[in-house]
Design a binder for this molecule. Structure first.
Ligand code: G1P
Length: 294
């Protein structure tokens, strides 16, 4: 079976970042474990992957990230206590968010050399098949379907490599990877150029890379020899650009929901408000309290 015809079974989550923007909260805990309402940010992203049919979850971690591994494991003492106390709802909630035994892998990015390097660290676990990549800071909310599901649908139709994009104001293009496409209005469009964090006035469009990707395994070979780019880091965008220039198809999939960048304080606070407001059990009371406050 050719790589293009393979199913997307595995998803990679780069979770090695230090979270310096959230100090002191992240001094002794991973930023991915900061909660959005009542679950860690990373769980929202793993749930998105599971909803898209992902079967194996690959975490590229670092030092001080042990609680992520614990979070995706059973907790027998806690479960026993909940059982004894008849707390069925809580038990069900825990069971629902637990990946099956053998369906998680953890490897460490030993040095902070950038996103491209983090992805490369997953090469042995992913092996020779196309895979999904989800950046856990970016919560993709709403839209007709979960973002990764839309991307897998696009992959099943077109094969190749896919990057989710959405428009940002012109004065924010320097914060992201930006792509140029053949048709900026189309749901799925061919990518013609990519640049990581372009200088003001040089972006090929206003479509930013939102943090969801479907990639062919040949990206690992390209990353192996990738030189450092923006910020002195090994950039995934540079490796993808090299593949695209080499004639490998790259498609942009427009995400029509909202994206909350939980790598920033304002994005994180907004995500808490939005995810809280949509909850049946919390939304009405939260709305009322916020209304009073504002
Ligand atoms: C990374 C990617 C960038 C993308 C962004 C989305 O940058 O390199 O292309 O737009 O994630 O969050 P980082 O945020 O790691 O600097």
């Amino acid at each position: 079976m050719s790589a293009a015809a393979k199913r997307i079974r595995k998803a990679v989550f780069p979770v090695a970042g230090l979270g310096t923007r959230f100090l002191p909260a992240t001094k002794a805990m991973p930023k991915e474990m900061l909660t959005v309402v009542d679950r860690p940010a990373i769980q929202h992203v793993v749930d998105e992957a599971r909803a898209a049919g992902i079967e194996h979850f690959v975490f590229v971690t670092g030092r001080n990230k042990g609680s992520i591994e614990d979070h995706f494991d059973k907790q027998p003492e806690l479960e026993r206590t909940l059982e004894e106390r008849g707390k069925t709802k809580e038990l069900e909630e825990l069971a629902a968010s637990l990946p099956e035994a053998g369906c998680t892998s953890f490897t460490r990015q030993q040095a902070p050399l950038g996103l491209g390097h983090a992805v490369w660290c997953a090469r042995d676990i992913v092996g020779d098949e196309p895979f999904a990549l989800l950046l856990p800071d970016m919560l993709h909310h709403g839209g007709p379907q979960p973002c990764l599901k839309e991307m897998i649908d696009a992959f099943n139709e077109h094969g190749g490599n896919h990057i989710s994009v959405s428009p940002v104001p012109e004065d924010e293009t320097h914060l992201y990877g930006i792509v140029g496409v053949t048709d900026p209005e189309a749901k799925v469009s061919e990518i013609t150029s990519m640049v990581e964090k372009p200088k003001a006035g040089t972006a090929p469009s206003n479509l930013h890379i939102t943090g969801r990707y479907i990639l062919q395994p040949e990206i690992f070979g390209v990353l192996e020899n990738q030189e450092r780019g923006a910020g002195g880091e090994i950039q995934l965008t540079d490796a993808m650009l090299a593949m695209q220039k080499d004639g490998k198809p790259y498609y942009a999939v427009r995400f029509d929901g909202k994206i909350y960048d939980c790598g920033t304080k304002i994005g994180f606070l907004l995500a808490n408000a939005v995810y809280g407001l949509e909850r049946k059990d919390l939304g009405p009371a939260l709305r009322e309290e916020l209304r009073k406050l504002l």
